[in-house]
Design a protein around this ligand. Structure first.
Ligand code: HT7
Ligand code: ZN
Length: 873
């Protein structure tokens, strides 16, 4: 496969102004008629050939301006169709046949159960008809869907329905018109036996919008939360960004087979059912919050992505980074803001840092790719969002909002670049953002080594910051970035933020300093007491910040930092230092000794009188094994697991009464609501229960069993089931799993949870369970949710996936090889854990590489080829 380069970008030779489509739906032989209104691009020369993308299409007829073309007047290739000679403006009619039921890749038009549905981003439309399948070709669409009236009573597409009627042979049709020009990746079609839940929304200018959520009948009781979330998101976007919805109808459809979470097709969002359906009995608090965030994310794309879209796929973060930033801000506003930030950063530092340090590391705006489907990554989405967040912080909210307004008005209806976005921010703020642009082109996580000294005699604190970005594949030399470092200096006597004076300028008590050089010194004057610095508050930049904090410093910050995020982070750093010692002790076969400073810090937290239970729950949560691994030079999965377990059990033994008191104080019997206060109390209670259950004493076991049996809500039930399943006692695990599996056998989304819980247990039988469960009737290799729930979850089970006999790696490679043919996008994603081989000991490295080689020997899809080649480069 060939790489595509950003530097080769040229506008399309021909653009489509209007697209007329007719689908005659049939599972094995759907006919698609397309009439494209084409015209030469003003920037391209006359006489150029017309090239249309097309894959897996059987051409039935083709005519140009009404004249049927002979076989010598066009050429068909594996990639598409070429006509050497065309006029400056013309109509092209094609008819193709496609087979939705054979489409297991879930790109283009495919079947999900009895439904037909589409997924066109990034390049799925070329599997529907011949078309210039690129985001800078924007057309209005008119779509007629024809289908069997009995089995497909509902026929949906983008825009507004303008005509419907009966046809011979029990068929019917609906015609949809979308007045907003859009790239074909935003095209959507859904047909099936669906039911709707309807609501209304009045926009800020007083327009009435009909909101519909379409689901299969058995899911009708699971849409309330998504609908409420949608309305909240619509209002929030009006109030926060001045963005109003622009059609009379907004539809969401839930489908069971979907490669990602959801898709923002114009007026017709298609959702993975896991990302839209909720019910207290079947979904956890985390799932409720995830649904809220994804509904908002897809809705926000209506402006950041649809009205203003990407010029080419290298600009993907233009829409994704900005939209993730918008959905994060929304979730922070409607839930607990500090907890949202802690959750986002924990995930980011664990998963994106690992991606940025591995063989698939790439800039937020990549400069080449083989398969764009491989670039829907944490770097494009989450690091892209962190860059937008830095911009917001650099220019301030008011200028950011002016820049956003400018961007939406200047580029409405256009396909643009990341420069266009940043230029609007520069113009609105008057700031020079040239150096800042490096964030988009340089891969790798910058590291800042910081140290500081307090000079008593001069009452000065000298802070020295040194930045460097490690080499990443294809990028050995890095330039200094513009890094905003938000900080406070916490007085060691007062425990309060000291007034900051830098170069004679008073900055208040919490300020942003700008690191632009490789090394910079900042001298804060007029400090009457020695401080402990609180650096990169709120994770002000996506960097690793090293400062030689003592454990006393960290305990001090944990108790005194005015920044909630850094208070939490100080606790994490303190725990990590203790864990480091214990990991070393485990490796050296030396007795493990618990650090009392951690115990004392936890005691203080447990007995403190905080009303922020959500943050407290986060503070009491130890760094995950994955995050601990990120900090280690070489990952020793067994030592990490043993050390973390030791800390947990030591805390549980010493602070048993305190944990018990917290558990009991947060028991509730009010009826379930996914509301911040309730969620906070549940998470605090469940963190306490994890500690109590970690020592498996009689009371911990009894409380866990009681919580499981009470069946109060899925958050509590799932947590209890996880604790029982992950305990050392199969006599607790097996009956609970059996009861749960029987009770929920009819609900695919709950069965996904049942799969994941079992295969993430630390006991040695996890791998055998995976193999056994792959034959379970509820499992299917062609359903991405099932693959993620079983195989994906197992690959996160660090002690078992990394078994020294290599069986975990082999199992994953076997599945990747099968999925390479069935669903290349999912196959390529699944390989990720194997690509991280360099982080492990030599034995494991060899085993992992051997599996990658075994995959490489297959006839590979471009998706899997690209990932494996990078991993073995
Ligand atoms: N913009 C959407 C991306 C997406 C996607 C990409 C590749 C293959 C399947 C896909 N499904 C959805 C989702 C989003 O970011 O909102
Ligand atoms: Zn998105």
């Amino acid at each position: 496969p060939q790489a595509i380069h950003l530097s080769d970008y040229r506008p399309p030779a021909y653009r489509v102004t209007h697209t007329e489509l007719t689908f005659e739906l049939d599972p094995s032989a759907t006919r698609v008629k397309a009439r494209l209104h084409l015209e030469r691009h003003p920037e391209r020369e006359a006489g150029e050939a017309l090239e249309l993308d097309g894959e897996q299409l059987t051409l039935k007829s083709i005519a140009l301006d009404g004249q049927v073309l002979g076989e010598d007047e066009y050429r068909l290739t594996e990639q598409g169709l070429r006509i050497e000679s065309v006029p400056a403006s013309f109509l092209l009619d094609t008819e193709v046949e496609i087979s939705p039921e054979e489409n297991t890749a879930l790109e283009g038009l495919y079947r999900s159960g009895g439904m037909f549905c589409t997924q066109c981003e990034a390049e799925g439309f070329r599997r529907i008809t011949f078309y210039p399948d690129r985001p800078d070709v924007m057309a209005t669409f008119s779509t007629t869907v024809v289908g069997d009236a009995a089995s497909l009573p509902v026929l949906l597409s983008n825009g507004n329905p303008v005509e419907r009627g009966e046809l011979p042979n029990g068929r019917h049709f609906v015609t949809w018109e979308d007045p907003h020009p859009k790239p074909c990746y935003l095209f959507a079609l859904v047909a099936g036996d669906l039911n709707k839940v309807e609501d209304r929304f009045t926009t800020m200018s007083g327009r009435d919008v009909t909101l519909q959520i379409w689901v299969e009948e058995e899911n009708l009781g699971k849409t309330d939360h998504a609908m409420a979330s949608l309305k909240r998101a619509m209002r929030w976007d009006e109030e926060t960004y001045g963005r109003e919805y622009d059609l009379d109808l907004f539809m969401i459809v839930a489908v069971n087979d979907f490669n990602m979470g959801a898709m923002e097709n114009k007026g017709l969002n298609i959702f993975n059912s896991a990302a839209v359906l909720t019910h207290p009995d079947t979904a956890t608090d985390a799932a409720f919050q995830r649904v809220e965030g994804i509904v908002a994310h897809e809705y926000f794309h209506n402006w950041s992505g649809n009205r203003v879209t990407c010029r080419d796929w290298f600009q993907l973060s233009l829409k994704e980074g900005f939209t993730v930033f918008r959905d994060q801000s929304f979730s922070a506003d409607v839930n607990s803001a500090p907890v949202k930030r802690i959750e986002d950063v924990s995930f980011f530092r664990t998963a994106q840092f690992a991606e940025d340090a591995g063989p698939t590391a790439h800039p937020v705006r990549p400069d080449h790719y083989i398969e764009i489907g491989n670039f829907y990554t944490l770097t494009i989405y989450e690091k892209g969002a962190e860059i937008v967040r830095m911009l917001r912080n650099l220019v301030g909210w008011e200028a950011f909002r002016r820049g956003s307004d400018l961007y939406f008005s200047r580029f409405d209806g256009q396909a643009v670049t990341i420069e266009d976005f940043v230029t609007c921010m520069a113009e609105a703020s008057g700031q020079n953002l040239d150096q800042f642009m490096l964030w988009y082109s340089q891969a790798g996580t910058p590291e800042i080594d910081a140290h500081g000294e307090y000079d008593y005699a001069r009452a000065e604190y000298r802070l020295i910051l040194r930045q460097r970005t490690p080499a990443t594949p294809g990028q050995s030399d890095k330039q200094a970035l513009h890094i905003p470092v938000r900080l406070g200096l916490v007085g060691t006597k007062s425990g309060r933020d000291l007034a900051l004076t830098l170069d004679g300028e008073s900055l208040g008590r919490d300020a942003v300093i700008h690191l632009r050089e490789d090394e910079q010194e900042f001298v804060f004057t007029d400090l009457a007491e020695a401080p402990v610095p609180s650096l990169a508050r709120g994770f002000s930049a996506p960097v690793k910040l090293n400062f030689p904090y003592s454990r006393e410093d960290l305990a001090f910050l944990l108790a005194n930092d005015s920044d909630g995020f850094n208070r939490w982070d100080a606790g994490q750093r303190l725990a990590l230092l203790a864990l480091d010692d214990l990991i070393a002790a485990h490796r050296n076969g030396v007795e493990k000794v618990m650090d009392n400073r951690v115990v004392d810090a936890f005691r203080t937290l447990l007995t403190s009188d905080t009303d922020d239970k959500a943050v407290l729950a986060e503070m009491l949560t130890l760094p995950s094994e994955a995050y601990i691994a990120e900090q280690q030079p070489l990952v020793d999965v067994d030592a990490i697991h043993a050390a973390r377990q030791f800390v947990k059990q030591s805390l549980a033994v010493t602070l048993r009464d305190e944990f018990l008191a917290v558990y009991q104080a947060n028991l509730d019997d009010v009826s379930y609501a996914p509301e911040p206060d309730q969620i906070a109390a549940r998470s605090l209670k469940n963190v306490a229960l994890s500690y109590l259950m970690s020592i498996e004493d009689e009371e911990g076991v009894a409380l866990t069993q009681r919580q499981f049996e009470a069946e109060h809500n899925m958050t509590d039930v799932r947590h209890a089931l996880t604790l029982l399943t992950h305990s050392s006692r199969d006599d607790l695990a097996d009956p609970a799993l059996k009861a749960f599996g029987q009770k929920w056998a009819h609900d695919p989304l709950v069965m996904d949870q049942w799969f994941s819980i079992q295969v993430s247990r630390p006991q040695a039988d996890a791998l055998e369970r995976v193999k056994f469960l792959m034959d379970h009737p509820a499992f299917s290799l062609t359903n991405p949710n099932k693959v993620r729930a079983l195989i994906g979850a197992f690959a996160q089970n660090r002690v078992n996936f990394h078994r020294l006999d290599g069986e975990g790696y082999k199992l994953l490679a076997d599945v990747v090889i099968k999925l390479n043919r069935l669903n290349p996008e999912i196959a390529a994603r699944l390989i990720t854990p194997l690509t991280r081989w360099a982080r492990y000991d030599e034995t494991r490295q060899e085993l992992m590489k051997a599996e990658l080689e075994r995959i490489r020997a297959e006839d590979l899809s471009p998706n899997v080829y690209e990932v494996v080649e990078k991993a073995l480069a």
